[in-house]
Design a protein around this ligand. Structure first.
Ligand code: ATP
Ligand code: MG
Length: 237
């Protein structure tokens, strides 16, 4: 991955398994958000490929890429809601843009998605009336609007209090276990990583490559030293 001549990460080779929660961690600025952009079809790798099934995202024509991307739900790191629309309108927007659902069907679906993330009462709310945790969950409801096979979350629990963060973890597990959604989540919250991630991909800042991929507890016990250090910052029960 590169911006012009500036190489961000190299020699990344990993798979995302259907039905898993894959966490991506690493120091600030190492390229986690950039990796997500590569995975969702927004930024082509300087070298290499991103395959979805057997299809190369960046060798696909625009129409195919657009169709593939509709299977991806995304919340961005700074991702907020459109402040000029209600919460419900935010969640209905992808349906309005990408489906031929009528207004009543869109509303029903949006209310269902909001209930799923615990915001059943917020359909008519203005985004500015939501707390930080509620905003994160509303953004996830919008990401779920088109029933994505894959959900990409960039730091979903950053800045949340422990209780809101724990609720978000439960939501992610529910999506994964009960709906079969595959989740790729950038996170540096150890509690979250241990609670929800099947595997952790660690991007190293110094060497600019991935230095670990595996179940968090295995990496905590026997991963490379800097990854063990990262996973041992807080006591775990
Ligand atoms: N549009 C851009 N043009 C040039 N460089 C960029 C661009 N976006 C990001 N970068 C650089 O790429 C590197 C990786 O950025 P990225 O946002 O992916 O890091 P990150 O791991 O998500 O960081 P954080 O933990 O702070 O969110 C940084 O050095 C950043 O300055
Ligand atoms: Mg980032």
């Amino acid at each position: 991955m590169a911006f012009g001549d500036k190489m961000i990460q190299q020699d990344l080779s990993f798979d995302i398994r259907a039905g898993e929660v894959l966490a991506i961690a690493g120091g600030s600025g190492c390229g986690k958000s950039t990796l997500l952009r590569h995975l969702i079809g927004l930024q082509a790798p300087a070298k290499g490929r991103v395959l979805y099934g057997d299809r190369d995202l960046y060798a696909s024509d625009a129409a195919t890429l657009a169709a593939l991307r509709r299977e991806f739900g995304v919340t961005f790191q700074a991702g907020a809601l459109w402040s000029s629309m209600t919460v419900g309108e935010n969640v209905m927007l992808p349906m309005q843009l990408f489906t031929d659902m009528d207004g009543a069907a869109r509303e029903q679906e949006a209310r269902f998605k909001l209930a799923l993330v615990g915001l059943g009462d917020s359909f008519d709310a203005e985004p500015s009336a939501l707390s930080g945790g509620m905003t994160k969950r509303a953004a996830i409801a919008r990401a779920l609007a088109l029933d994505p096979a894959l959900l990409f979350l960039d730091e979903p629990s950053a800045g949340l209090d422990p209780l809101s963060s724990a609720h978000l973890d439960e939501l992610i597990l529910h999506l994964c276990r009960d709906l079969g959604t595959t989740v790729v989540m950038v996170s540096h919250e150890l509690d979250s990583i241990f609670a929800v991630a099947d595997r952790l991909l660690f991007l190293d800042t110094a060497t600019r490559t991935m230095t670990a991929l595996g179940p968090p507890r295995e990496l905590q016990a026997s991963g490379p030293e800097h990854v063990r250090d990262f996973l041992q910052r807080a006591p775990r029960t």
